[in-house]
Design a protein around this ligand. Structure first.
Ligand code: NAD
Ligand code: TYD
Length: 353
């Protein structure tokens, strides 16, 4: 079969990437989808067992930091487009090891930009480079206001600084070399297949196993939560419809203080685990705050809704219940991930707090 597009998706074995791969492989049988992933601690091919045998899907294990390998791959495969999600993505790890974030998020992105620029140089207009970024590049809000696409960048963590840098490189390659780029900046995602170092899967697992729930500071920080499948749908719409050189913010207009979110989660878990009401909340334990902890994120996604007609599909309370169900029903997935190295990570992150 000859395919209409051959899209390289980087980071497809991670949380959001696996949802993007699933959506594209199923929705576009006439696209060939190549998943490139290094399979770091966060990458897991078990996230993709339902699509691994589809004829329009294939996997390449590769490090985006390896410029030579990336260039060779682009020359050999002649991708028509790139959707770039591969990244080091956890703020707490970026505080422990900032350099790794510079390598993957900045150098890795520049390697992909160089390879794309090189193979597409004779016909730039026919190809798209889509860079997936985060709202964290905009910094922290006070009690009011929202991030729009024109909010000045003001990153505070090594993670957000590295993502901001990669966004600047993507724009520079558009402005300087005519690469046909698009960027989206999304709020916090939740849903199935998220590695349990991030708030929701971590706390679901801790409640399930009766471990303390380490709430940073007073739990007053605010995040804007979006169901991961709605993010994947937004990426689909932006990839196909956005004008070149543009940026879109993606968010659910769904702000929660951490502590309110955790209390809601505890209530849902009490019901699902048939525990007495209030049982799981007893596990809440306030610990030392994260260094440089951003107070509030809130995304204004009006541009995406108005220009491209995207809207979030799921109410948060329903989404939380669905998410909890998924982690409880997929105990084996969770158990595999939380054995071995995970224990060491957990010990290092939380024993000193
Ligand atoms: P994740 O950590 O779950 O997945 C990242 C994937 O990238 C993993 O599969 C990992 O193996 C792969 N990877 C890491 N280093 C690599 C390298 N050097 N070469 C090749 N592959 C490598 O992350 P996620 O939460 O799915 O985030 C995906 C993207 O979306 C990231 O760019 C992140 O900045 C962005 N984002 C995430 C969120 C969120 O809430 N999780 C919100 C907005 C934007
Ligand atoms: P996280 O899932 O790490 O996402 P991000 O830092 O990218 O927003 O954290 C979400 C919020 O939850 C953030 O304000 C930090 C807080 N948090 C805790 O209170 N305890 C924890 O153990 C973790 C991982 C996060």
């Amino acid at each position: 079969m000859s395919y209409r597009k051959k899209i390289l998706v980087t980071g497809g074995a991670g949380f959001i990437g696996s949802h993007v791969i699933r959506l594209f492989v199923n929705k576009y049988p006439d696209y060939q989808i190549v998943n490139l992933d290094l399979l770091t601690y966060a990458g897991n091919l078990a996230n993709l067992t339902d699509v691994e045998n589809m004829p329009n899907y294939s996997f390449v294990k590769m490090d985006i930091v390896d410029a030579e390998a990336i260039t060779e791959l682009f020359q050999k495969e002649q991708f028509t487009d790139v959707i770039h999600l591969a990244a080091e993505s956890h703020v707490d790890r970026s505080i422990t090891n900032p350099t790794e974030f510079v390598m993957t998020n900045v150098i890795g992105t520049v390697n992909l930009l160089n390879a794309a620029k090189f193979i597409w140089k004779d016909n730039m207009e026919a190809h798209r480079f889509y860079h997936v970024s985060t709202d964290e590049v905009y910094g922290s809000l006070g009690e009011t206001g929202m991030f729009t696409e024109t909010t000045a960048y003001d990153p505070h963590s090594p993670y957000s600084a590295s993502k901001a840098s990669s966004d600047h490189f993507v724009r520079a390659y558009h402005d300087t070399f005519g690469l046909q780029t698009v960027i989206s900046n999304c709020s916090n995602n939740y849903g199935s297949f998220q590695f349990p170092e991030k708030l929701l899967p971590l706390f679901i697992n801790n409640i399930k196993t009766n471990k303390p729930l380490p709430v940073y500071g007073k739990g007053e920080n605010i995040r804007d939560w979006l169901w991961v499948e709605d993010h994947a749908r937004a990426i689909d719409v932006i990839f196909h419809k956005a004008e070149t050189g543009t940026t879109y913010n993606i968010g659910g207009h769904n702000e929660w203080t951490n502590i309110d979110l955790i209390k809601l989660l505890c209530k849902v878990m009490d019901k699902k685990l048939s525990r007495a009401e209030g049982e799981s909340e007893k596990l809440i334990s306030y610990v030392k705050d994260r260094a440089g902890h951003d107070l509030r994120y809130a995304i204004d996604s009006t541009k995406l809704q108005k220009d491209l007609g995207w809207t979030p599909s799921l109410q948060f309370e329903e989404g939380i219940k669905k998410t909890v169900d998924w982690y409880l029903e997929n105990a084996e997935w969770l158990d595999n991930i939380t054995s071995g190295d995970y224990q060491k990570y957990y010990e290092e992150q939380y024993s000193k707090r």
